[in-house]
Design a protein around this ligand. Structure first.
Ligand code: NAP
Length: 132
């Protein structure tokens, strides 16, 4: 299953998967929308019966200057890199905990989450993770 925002690109990914004999559920969904994320997870369960593995890959780290960026823009970058993960974590964890074999959630993070990167302040902040 693949769930990005751009329909044309999604269609070509789904075609490529089908062309090699795979199965691909393709849904256009904005990970910034928690309801859309929950519906994506529900659709995966309806189609495949469970969710074994989820890769949360959405994110972007634009080059910005803190001198001339608005607080709205900063908040937007935080959301583009933090909310997109949390919005999927909630329905995925609930679903996987209900499955006898659980599941695996992976997330494409960045070195920016381990160290501050110049001109990437909100991206680094949103990607900060602690390894337990
Ligand atoms: N490129 C790097 O050097 C680098 C380095 C370290 C970490 N990363 C991380 O790796 C991940 C992928 O980066 P990339 O460089 O491959 O980026 P990319 O080429 O822009 O790909 C990002 C993918 O996520 C989707 N996406 C973005 N925002 C979304 C949203 N709100 N809802 C649903 N789908 C969304 C995009 O599809 P749509 O636009 O169609 O939604 C696209 O398929 C990101 O999390 C990034 O932070 C990248």
């Amino acid at each position: 299953m693949v769930a990005p925002r751009r329909a044309p690109e999604l269609a070509s990914v789904a075609e490529a998967v089908l062309a090699v004999g795979g199965t691909c559920l393709d849904i256009v969904a904005d990970a910034l929308d928690p309801q859309a994320a929950a519906e994506v997870v529900a659709s995966a369960v309806t189609t495949f019966g469970s969710v074994g593995i989820a890769l949360l890959n959405a994110g972007q780290g634009p080059d910005i200057s803190m001198d001339d960026v608005s607080t709205d823009h900063l908040s937007r970058i935080m959301a583009l890199n933090y909310d997109v993960v949390v919005n999927y974590l909630n329905p995925l964890i609930r679903q996987m905990k209900s499955q006898p074999d659980g599941g695996l959630i992976a997330h494409t993070n960045s070195l920016a989450g381990l160290m501050g990167i110049p001109r990437h302040g909100p991206y680094s902040a949103a990607r900060q993770r602690r390894v337990p």
